[in-house]
Write a protein that binds this ligand. Sequence first.
Ligand code: P6P
Length: 334
Amino acid sequence: MKNVTVGEFIVESQNNFPGSTGELSKILSAIKLASKILSHQINKAGLAKEILGSAGRENVQGEDQQKLDVFANDTFINALSARGVICGVASEENDSFIAFNDNVNNDAKYVVLIDPLDGSSNIDVNVSVGTIFSVYKRQSKKGSPVEMKDFLQSGNNQVASGYIIYGSSTMLVYTTGKGVNGFTFDPSIGVFFLSNPDMKIPDMGKIYSVNEGNLNQFKQPVRDYISYCQSEQNKSNYTSRYIGSLVADFHRNLIKGGIYMYPSNTKNLNGKLRLTYECAPLAFLVEQAGGRAISETQRIMDIVPSELHERVPFFVGSKSMVNHLEEILAGESK
Ligand code: P6P
């Protein structure tokens, strides 16, 4: 396979979209640039103590903001606002959306939702972390300032989504609705190369990922499914793998097969993960790779958000495993 760079891939893929104006390509390029900058900071975090640790304030979620959370948020927002191709962005780190309210950006047709640095509390202990992003066409009138309704669309309306995982290597994995492709960063020359073309999640896997410390707080059907995963009768010999960093757990299961679960529990009545910039983008990706993503009651991509930071229970991964869990949730199976 010729060493295709992500830039070449974006240009080649653009030809698949008749009448495309290149704006989506520019968004992906902005994300690519920001991820390179962030990857550099993360990979030297252990040495550059000044960027480690808490920023000394909480984000809208009430979570202790890390210094790198702030750096990541600023880096992605600056890269996205600089190209005049999106009219606004919504981020986990900001209470409400940010309107790039000038003549150029108000004419743009896309909005981006982003979790700039998910799992950042893991950085200080050298565990992989990630960025998750989602792209929609605006619903509000072109030329006018972006509106909240532009960010509260069902996942079915996504035109692109993806993640960057900052791990043993930095990878960009994304979809524009025509399959999933993975690109690995070569820091020696500063380029992402196509390393995982046309990614497909195995229909069946042996890995279940859940924080079993919350087991007693889960609803009975979820506990029943976890008991099945652990039972002797289960001939599939499941194994438990939970890193506590969503992008890392998702990426491993995408490649090896498996199911990731963040159920509702007595502490988090709707679960912990956010629909708009965590669950919906990963749901788009996993369905493009042949997998499934549900809440306790419906397909993640069908849910219309009622507010920006809405949380939902999240079950995502290999189709057969999610189907089995869904049967148990519906009381149709044990
Ligand atoms: P818990 C990180 O804070 C995060 O949002 C995800 O990356 C991760 O999967 C989850 O929370 C871990 O949550 O409650 O198991 O520590």
